[in-house]
Design a protein around this ligand. Sequence first.
Ligand code: SF4
Ligand code: SF4
Length: 372
Amino acid sequence: MSSVAIVRCENYDQKKVDIAVEQACLAANMPSVAGKRVLLKPNVLSDAKEDRCITTNTAVVRAVIHLLKKQGAKEILLGDSPGLQGPSFVPKACGLDRVCKDEGVKWVDFTQNPKTKSVPYTRSKSLPFASILEEVDLLFSLPKLKTHQLMYSTGAVKNLFGLVPGLYKSPCHVLFPTRELFASLMVGILSLVKPSFSIMDGIIGMEGPGPANGKPRHMGLILAAEDALSLDYAQAVVMGYDPLTIPIIAEGLRREEGSVPSSYPVLDANTLVVENFQRIAQQKQTSFFHALIAPFFLSRYIRWRVKRERKAPVFLTEPCIQCRKCIEICPVHALHLEGKSIIIDEKVCVRCYCCHEICPAHAIEVDGHHQE
Ligand code: SF4
Ligand code: SF4
């Protein structure tokens, strides 16, 4: 069974969010947490103020903590590891540090002694994962409803990528350059660290050039499911996508790592489609051969094809604050600072858009998207 519970919640008033989260979790058959150690994995892509809607809202995280305490969880832990953050990172700007202090919940540092694991569906590629995964009974994925410039939309499945500590993530874009290959990595991670339950903050999501530079979009929803892929399927429906055109969903279904939602016990996603939601323009899907087989034999060809299909980001000098975060995160060292301008070597750039995700100043345009 892969039912997805979708519940209305119009704003982040804590009492309302507590009620909505509880209703959604119970309707989606949340597993018993009594006596268990539970790791909550919110989306802290970059530690920005929560009104930018990049991170899972603190009211939703608090509501999950309240419910888990009510249901007798032995210990609740909270953690994530954004791309540029090293050891001792705590998410202060987005308010999760405050949540930990108020609720007596421990923030976990994923960079401490990560354990290397071979990821399924990736031809035995290995990645380090947060060691805390081996010490908890349950993992809850707490994503934010968001668009994603590269993968079109992300949710409970891609949120698991944060279990790979900090800067180990960006080189994955070089190893998995196409959307389809990157989706196979995400589904491999799902297979390895399947969450016990997922709860999505869809009260105010993000549309346009997400996951960091889009616009907040009021959706008024909390979504919950046992099957992370089903949850993402429902999110895609609400956003107005054909879910089967979202690479992670298509790959997850093909690998049988999740299902199409079998039921909607509260609200039906098909009745909640936001017609004017600003989606990421989708490119024609590539054939199975070109997407998954050719790259292993024709790496030069596939790099050429990626560059032809995706435009390199454009760097705007005026809003740039010269923080150098884009330079630090670029997996192929395609960027440098000249005076007050970031200069890109387009021949080297692999179009992963990590720079766009990390830029705090809206100084990077991708496919003509730029938010003032
Ligand atoms: S310049 Fe940006 S898009 Fe290009 S490879 Fe570097 S981080 Fe990725
Ligand atoms: S483009 Fe963005 S990330 Fe790069 S230096 Fe300028 S402000 Fe920082």
